[in-house]
Design a protein around this ligand. Structure first.
Ligand code: ATP
Length: 348
């Protein structure tokens, strides 16, 4: 198996955590016999400094030619005053659009032994391992017509059959690679678009007999994610509901430094930590690389189609966190020493 990975370290702690993730992937490559090739490109603020724009042509070409993108983080106070059209975040929006990344995957897992970091009671937080699959390019954020006058304002929540089908397929595929359960979330009791979403997901379900499908209304789902979050495996939902539910789920593990993400679609898939560039701790060697390393695990599962490699990286991180923690988790390990510990755990 070979894989060409475009590495976009970005800004702030981005380069430190990306370096950690690359080193773990290289080790996983050795252990599992993967033929991985890494090429680094400027992106975000670093690219504004070097090329005057956040997503220069050379990076665009590198992304298009790769099998996966591993991104660190972008932005920081240095670029807050640059023109809106060339802000670091504009580069990320352009990359997602270019590659037509329509599904955003955000897992929230409470690491065994770290239950007391969660804002929930440990007995409720124990065993939480939920993956929110959010439709990313359609729905009410993009629907037409939209507008505002002195007297009123309006937006349109609209989904076509192919838009629902393709994100549902990503979610069923993820559920099949995990514990085989999928919860589809909408508001079918009030909205036609919700009823349409539910019916379309049910049609797609026929191709995935091994996955158990259930439906929830979004209002009920917010309660379930607080009262019994460990019951859920994969959750698929529309853009706006996914925006809200993934933020809700992201507080369950108790630290920003633990949360990875993947964006999948037509083109090159993108893997990145949920956290930002954390300028306050950049360059100090204390950033928690867990989110970036777990993003690399998702890359192995979803881009290289090697779920056993992803699971091995996840297991190495879980083992390491039992004894070794960076300052954000109350420990004193550096980024480098934590990464070394993960690499040793992976080597077995
Ligand atoms: P953005 O606006 O870029 O999304 P933000 O400034 O709102 O980001 P982050 O940069 O994600 O937020 O981080 C907020 C704070 O959380 C940081 O200032 C830092 O102290 C802490 N933090 C975030 N990620 C990590 C990490 N990987 N390791 C340690 N601490 C972190």
């Amino acid at each position: 198996m070979s894989g060409k990975i475009a590495v976009l370290p970005g800004d702030g702690i981005g380069p430190e955590v990306t370096d950690a993730a690359v080193r773990v992937l290289q080790k996983a490559g050795e252990v599992f016999g993967l033929d991985l090739e890494f090429e680094q490109f400027e992106f975000g603020g670093a690219a504004i400094d070097a090329y005057g724009e956040p997503y220069p042509e050379v990076t665009r070409r590198g992304v298009a030619a790769a099998d996966a993108v591993l991104l660190g983080a972008i932005g920081g106070p240095k670029w807050d005053s640059v023109d809106r059209s060339i802000r670091p975040e504009t580069g990320l929006l352009a990359l997602r659009k270019d590659q037509q990344l329509f599904a955003n995957l955000r897992p929230a897992r409470v690491t065994p032994g770290l239950e007391d970091l969660s804002p929930l009671k440990p007995e409720i937080a124990r065993g939480v391992d939920v993956l929110i699959v959010r439709e990313l390019t359609g729905g009410i954020y993009f629907g037409q017509p939209r507008g505002m006058s002195e007297a009123e304002a309006w937006n349109t929540m609209r989904y076509s059959r192919p838009e629902v089908e393709r994100v549902a397929r990503v979610a069923f595929d993820a559920a099949a690679k995990r514990r085989g359960k999928l919860t589809s979330v909408e508001k079918a009791n009030v909205l036609e678009v919700g009823e349409f979403w539910r019916r379309t997901v049910e049609e797609v379900a026929r191709d995935w007999p091994q996955v158990k499908l259930e439906h929830q209304y979004v209002d009920a789902m917010t309660m379930h994610l607080i009262t019994h979050p460990a019951d859920f495996d994969v959750v698929v939902t529309s853009n706006i509901f996914g925006d809200i539910l993934s933020d809700l789920a992201s507080v369950l593990p108790g630290s920003l430094g633990l949360l990875p993400s993947a964006s999948l679609g037509e083109g090159t898939p993108l893997f990145e930590p949920v956290h930002g560039s954390a300028p306050d701790i950049a360059g100090k060697g204390v950033a928690n690389p867990t989110a970036a390393i777990l993003s690399a695990a998702m890359l192995a599962t979803y881009a290289l189609e090697r779920p056993e490699v992803g699971a091995a990286i996840e297991k190495a991180v879980t083992e390491t966190l039992k004894t070794t923690r960076t300052p954000d988790l109350g420990g004193s390990a550096s980024t480098a020493s934590f990464t070394e510990a993960v690499i040793s755990a992976l080597a077995g």
